[in-house]
Design a protein around this ligand. Structure first.
Ligand code: NAI
Length: 462
C-alpha cells in the first residue's frame, strides 16, 4: 500500500491546483514544498506581488496625470516605499495563507522541504521517504542567467530582487523588453525612475502581434520609457552602489555603456529541476532543459508526470493550472485536456496588453486567408470617460468562415476583455456571434463587439 495516490512536487499555481483537483477527485494527495509559504513563484515573488506594486504605482500615476483634470486637488503624492512594500507583503500573505486553508479543507498533506525522486514511486523529503502511485513534478522555473551579468539581487536584480529594492531608483536599466521587464519597469517609471530598456530584438514583447507591439512601445515611450532596440547586452557589473551596463548595437557592432542605480535582468526564465534527481532515474529532457512529456503529461518514466514551467510551452501560471487540473483528471481515469490554442497572455501594464490565438504575422506565415476587424478605444465612451482611449481591439478571423483565429487588445482592462474571446474560441465562435451578442453600455467590452462588427458590415462608432 503506497502512502499516497499522488505526490505533487511544488506548490506553485501548477502544483497546488493539481493537488486540489486530485483531492477533489478522491485521490489521497500530498504536496511537497520547500518554501516557507505555499503558492510558488507566482504568489510569493511573481504575479501577485508585482500586481500589487503595479496597482499602487498606477494610483500614483493617476494622481499625477488625471486627478487635477477631474477636479481633485490631492497635491503631490508622497511615496512611502517601505509601506508600499508592506502592502505588497500583506497581499502575498493573504494569498499564500489562502492556499494553506485550501490544502487543509481538501485534506492535502503539505510535506515541508525540498523533494527528490530516488526512484519511480518514491519521493524523498529531508530524511523521510514517502511512497506514491503517481508523482507529479510541478517544480516551476527560475530566472535564466546572462553571461557577463553579475546578479547580486541588490543593484543587479532579477524579478525577485526587483520586488524588494531597498529604495526607489532614480535611474533603472532593464535588460529585455519582455513581460517582466515592461511590468516591473512600469512600476519604477511610475514611481519616478528614468527607465531605459535594452532589447536584443528590433521590437518589444517578442511573439506579440507586431501592430500591438508598435502601439505599446509608443505608449510606453510617452510614459517616459527609453528603448534601445537591436542591442545585445554584454555585461552588467555592480559598482559603487550602482551598476554599469555594456551593450553592443547589432546594426554597427558599436559598444556603449550606461550607468544605473538598479539593473533589472529580465531575459527569460528556465525550468527549475535541480536536485530532483531526474537524470539518475532516467527522466528524459528536451534539448532546452525542459522535462519531456507525452500528450498526457507523462514523462519517459511511467508513474512520473510533469506540468507547468518545467515542461514545454509558455511559462504562464494559468497554463500550469490547466495542466494541473488535466493531469489530475487523467490520473483519476477521466479525460483531462488542455487546449493549447486558446491560452491567453496578458501584460499588466497601463494600458494592459492581452492576446489569444494567432497573430497576424503567424497567419501570414501560414498563408491563411484572414480578415482583420479593428476598433480603437477612441470610439468607446467609457474609455474616454476614464482617460483610457489609447489602444485598440484587433480581431483576426477566417476569411471564409468568419471563425475567430486570434484577438489582440491593447487598452483598459484588456486582461479581462480577452476572456470573452477565449470562451468564444472554445465554442468555435465566428466574429458574428460576438457582434450579435448584446454588450452592456457603457463598457470597455463594447470595443470588442465593435471589432467583431468590423469583421463584417463595419463598426458603428468609427
Ligand atoms: P521574455 O521571454 O518575455 O522576454 C525576454 C526578453 O529579453 C526578450 O525580448 C529577449 O529578446 C530579450 N533578451 C534576451 N537576451 C538579451 C540580451 N543579451 N540583451 C538584450 N535583450 C535580451 O522573458 P521575461 O520577461 O524574463 O519573462 C519570463 C517568463 O515569465 C516569460 O515566459 C513570461 O511569459 C513569464 N511572465 C509572465 C507574466 C504575465 O503573464 N503577465 C509576468 C511575468 C512573467
Amino acid at each position: 500500500m503506497a502512502d499516497y495516490d499522488v505526490i505533487v512536487i511544488g506548490a506553485g499555481p501548477g502544483g497546488y491546483v493539481c493537488a486540489i483537483r486530485c483531492a477533489q477527485l478522491g485521490l489521497k494527495t500530498a504536496c511537497v514544498e520547500g518554501r516557507e509559504t505555499l503558492g510558488g513563484t507566482c504568489l510569493n515573488i511573481g504575479c501577485i506581488p508585482s500586481k500589487a506594486l503595479l496597482h499602487a504605482s498606477h494610483e500614483v500615476h493617476e494622481m499625477h496625470e488625471n486627478f487635477a483634470k477631474m477636479g481633485i486637488k490631492a497635491g503631490e503624492p508622497e511615496i512611502d516605499w517601505p509601506q508600499m512594500k508592506a502592502y505588497k507583503d500583506d497581499v502575498i500573505k493573504s494569498n499564500t495563507s489562502g492556499i494553506e486553508f485550501l490544502f487543509k479543507k481538501n485534506k492535502i498533506d503539505w510535506l515541508k522541504g525540498w523533494g527528490s525522486i530516488p526512484k519511480a514511486g518514491e519521493v524523498q523529503v529531508g530524511d523521510k521517504t514517502y511512497t506514491a502511485k503517481n508523482i507529479i513534478i510541478a517544480s516551476g522555473s527560475v530566472p535564466a542567467s546572462l553571461p557577463g551579468v553579475e546578479v547580486d539581487e541588490k543593484t543587479v536584480v532579477t524579478s525577485t530582487g526587483a520586488l524588494e529594492l531597498a529604495g526607489l531608483p532614480k535611474k533603472m536599466v532593464v535588460i529585455g523588453a519582455g513581460v517582466i521587464g515592461l511590468e516591473m519597469g512600469s512600476v519604477y517609471a511610475r514611481l519616478g525612475a528614468e527607465v531605459t530598456v535594452i532589447e536584443y530584438l528590433d521590437a518589444i514583447t517578442p511573439g506579440a502581434d507586431a501592430e500591438v507591439a508598435r502601439q505599446f512601445q509608443k505608449l510606453l515611450s510617452k510614459q517616459g520609457f527609453e528603448f534601445v532596440l537591436g542591442a545585445a547586452v554584454q555585461s552588467a557589473v555592480p559598482k559603487d552602489g550602482g551598476a554599469t551596463v555594456t551593450y553592443k548595437l547589432k546594426k554597427d557592432d558599436s559598444e556603449h555603456t550606461v550607468e544605473a542605480d538598479v539593473v533589472l535582468v529580465a531575459t527569460g526564465r528556465k525550468p527549475f529541476t535541480d536536485g530532483l534527481g531526474l537524470a539518475d532515474i532516467g527522466v528524459e529532457m528536451t534539448q532546452r532543459g525542459q522535462i519531456a512529456t507525452d500528450a498526457h503529461w507523462q514523462t519517459s518514466v511511467p508513474g512520473i508526470y510533469a506540468i507547468g514551467d518545467a515542461i514545454v510551452g509558455p511559462m504562464l501560471a494559468h497554463k500550469a493550472e490547466d495542466e494541473g487540473m488535466a493531469v489530475a483528471e487523467v490520473i483519476a481515469g477521466k479525460h483531462g485536456h488542455v487546449n493549447y490554442d486558446v491560452i491567453p497572455g496578458v501584460i499588466y501594464t497601463w494600458p494592459e496588453v492581452a492576446s489569444v490565438g494567432k497573430t497576424e504575422e503567424a497567419l501570414k506565415a501560414e498563408g491563411k486567408a484572414y480578415k482583420v476587424g479593428k476598433f480603437s478605444f477612441m470610439g468607446n465612451g467609457r474609455a474616454k470617460a476614464v482617460f483610457a482611449s489609447d489602444g485598440f481591439v484587433k480581431m483576426l478571423v477566417d476569411k471564409e468562415t468568419d471563425r475567430i483565429l486570434g484577438c489582440h487588445i491593447i487598452g483598459p482592462s484588456a486582461g479581462e476583455l480577452i476572456h470573452e474571446i477565449c470562451v468564444g474560441m472554445e465554442f468555435g465562435a465566428a466574429a458574428q456571434d460576438i457582434a450579435l451578442t448584446c454588450h452592456a453600455h457603457p463598457t470597455f467590452s463594447e470595443a470588442v463587439r465593435e471589432a467583431a462588427l468590423a469583421c463584417g458590415d463595419g463598426p458603428i462608432h468609427s
